[in-house]
Design a protein around this ligand. Sequence first.
Ligand code: FAD
Ligand code: SF4
Length: 518
Amino acid sequence: PGLLRVVLGDQCSRGLSALDGLDPARDVVLLAEVMGECTYVRHHKQKIVLVLSAMRHFARALAARGVKVDYIRLDDPANTGTLAGEVARAVARHAPEGIVCTFPGEWRVLQDMQGWEAMAGLPVEIREDSRFLCDLAWFRRWAQGRKQMRMEFFYREMRRATGLLMEEGAPAGGAWNYDAANRRRLAPGVAPPAPRRFPPDAITREVMALVEARFPDHFGTLEGFAWPVTAREAEAALADFVAHRLADFGDYQDAMATGEPVLFHALVSTSLNIGLLLPRACCDAAEAAWRAGRAPLNAVEGFIRQILGWREYVRGIYWLKMPDYAGLNALEAARPLPWFYWSGETRLNCLRQAVTQTRDLAYAHHIQRLMVTGNFALLAGLDPRAVNEWYMVVYADAFEWVELPNTHGMVLHADGGVMASKPYAASGAYINRMSDYCRRCDYDVRESTGPRACPMNALYWDFLARHERRFAGNPRMAMPLQALRRMPPERLAALRAAAADFLAGPEMDPGPPLVDRR
Ligand code: FAD
Ligand code: SF4
């Protein structure tokens, strides 16, 4: 007997550590589609199709290379519905001498994996996930003894360690960060190029039919499914971004525009997170474009920072802080998620745009997640558990190691400042500055009280007033708190009354108790 090599749905990578040293004559690779993973949250339909289709394509590519693959389909009548159950059945079928797997992306799955040795009575080797640029032991050492684990400092270490955008030991261009140049609103006449789409092939269409049949009441539509599901497609998606959008990525990184869900973003997170693309390849492709004079430094540095900095950093935070991290609620937020997060039916145009786009594409870009759906959740004091669940459900790229720190830490400040030195709270003025949403809204962004007032404004001041004491010692909050304190008391009282009215009003209806999230 050889080894049973277990590959998870987000591990569709040729160079996966669980496959290192594979002996095609003796070893078997197990890939199992299990109900438990499809339903532990009610994932967007596109996310389930993405993962199952990528698994089927990956299994086919392995088999074509002469690897023995044991593939368990979701509709296999003997399927137990759990990873552990499928590992146990595979052990009975193949009688391996041991099990090899790669470190998973979620705490929950690691707990499960750590039980396999006792369950199967066999040695289980959990190998490091070498697809990341920073290993977890390195991150732990970096974090040790630091009072503040700021991303920017981590990112500089990563630049030095990888040599990306470095010239003779110094950052290319003389600065580490060009973010100040990256805050433009979409200029009139600038038309973002349509990103390349990957229409479903026969395998994906079969999975789409399965998902429609099995998960009809999960959130989202499948019609527009166009995600890469193979490494080759993912590489083509990256090349399309580098050729057509990277040069403007920096300038318009924070912009939002009606009818332009992608703008100049890369659309690579789904491929990265399930292993069709490697982070180093993305960074190298961007750096090469800069060196060839095809993209400016502010764009390339901004893109590399997202992947080499933010993506690796949030993973480090997740594994450093779990499992307690998920239960933190520093701002004691407890309000239920309003129904419009699922239906898109709201008079707040910015939220309507973000939610309907998310329903149709399982995608929204960073600023929509952070400053629209996220900012509203922060200001309104929505329950972090419900907000986290929403982000896990609705995005095709959502895996807990990356979703949780972004939502809990960056957006909700539920971790009390582990990740972000201040909450990203903003009034309607920010959304108006960075988008055309306000021009098309029932509410008036210039008003803060009265029947047409933009609710974001009153909610913003109410949020500051609610948490004034907590943030009083935070130098990064000094300016907004000063503005709060300078406000005439009757003005503040009117704003807080407007916020209370809105929070008690119909927009905040949490929806039916037994939720049908179509
Ligand atoms: P681009 O804007 O083109 O960026 C390029 C790549 O950089 C992304 O593909 C991604 O891999 C990486 N990246 C950028 N920002 C971040 C970040 N803050 N954290 C980690 N990686 C980053 N990203 C996910 O991959 N999965 C999630 O579940 C997820 N949840 C999020 C929840 C919230 C509340 C917020 C504010 C952000 C979340 N992000 C998440 C980060 C980011 O919004 C997405 O990675 C990005 O929108 C994906 O689209 P893109 O590939 O076009 O990204
Ligand atoms: Fe959103 Fe307010 Fe602008 Fe309407 S006016 S789009 S609610 S920020």
